[in-house]
Design a protein around this ligand. Sequence first.
Ligand SMILES: [Zn+2]
Length: 419
Amino acid sequence: MNRIGIYSLIVLLSLALSSNATAAVKAVKFGKLWDGHQVITNAVVIVENDKIQSVTANGKVPAGAEVIDLRRYTGIPGMIDSHTHVTYYWNGAPGTNPRRQGRRHVAVTVFLAQENGKKALEAGVTTLRDLNAAGGADIAMRDLINMGAMVGPRLFVSGAGIQGFANRPGITDTVAEAVKQTKAVIDSGADWVKVFGSTGGFDNVTGNQTVSYEEMKAIVDTAHAAGHKVAIHSYGPAGARDAIRAGCDTLEHATDMDDETIAEMVRKKIWYVPTIDHNQYYVENADDVYKFPPGAKENLTDYIQRNYATAKKAFQAGARMLVGSDAVYNGFGLNMRELTWFVKLGMTNEQALQTATVLPAEMLGMENSLGSVAPCYFADIVAVEGNPLADVQVVIKDVRWVMKGGAVVVDKTHATPAR
Ligand SMILES: [Zn+2]
């Protein structure tokens, strides 16, 4: 054999080794697996590259597959947080305030915000819908993560949220302006359009409507015509009523909605993301982190009660609800605490789990690839210690292992348990 012949043989041999079909195959074993709909005992999940190939009880492991033995844990689908702010980064330095950090170049924000994404992954959250970021930081993170250049949850992003138009110098036709800004958001590469339809945020719980029905309608129609969906933020009932009338796809926060608005939301199958827990997070961080003024905690506590009561009423009326943490700064990692409220207001543990898995997958239009552990879905799988169908706290506090797109991104299975 000449030199070229030997070289060709070596190339062929190495190709044969690298294209070995089992090289990228993993067999993940769970004592119990809740796949999004039902429990499978002694489940074997076969993962090939980034997708799930099969899910079976007592299934066979293909020869050469890497076996990941998680039989002491319960498997669940990678969870989805439907309302976050991943680019709101703060390093937690004592004496500093997350809201007084000064300006940063967008590239610095993108780099630093990886930390928030990692904390979400550690909480078992493999997908975020992120609603408001400056300078395209969210779009850059989404693309870097999808390229595999950055480790983080899958992102569905809105770019910069659209604010109210009234009393803005130079704007005479506010409906035309709403259309223009919606097109600009979509042109920037955003998946969703976010609208701030009322005041309210951080310690401000006022909820005064800031975008009119006509403006909301123009935004929704423009986005839908371009194949994009709209999330409308309203802390108060007036903005919520008009958001529902205008036909938004998801309604964020919304307290004190009347029965008629709730009924229309149910009839139109508009998703409701009440974000009850995020104000509890603000209460807990009011003094030491945010240094809110006197009275803020009382206002937030009052708002939480109204938010909870509205969410309970909506659930009883048949509203389709989703977990949204509204996580900012040191709120990442607490992403699933909202589930505690959902169970408290009357959901079964399984119904609550679906608000973070199969239902948000449908909201995102990804019901055939996210939110379930099933063949042809992305291999986004979480192992928790305990039985989440008996106690939802398990998915909030006891996440031990996370796979995203077939890659293990969190593994605490060997860690010494805390005593
Ligand atoms: Zn938010």
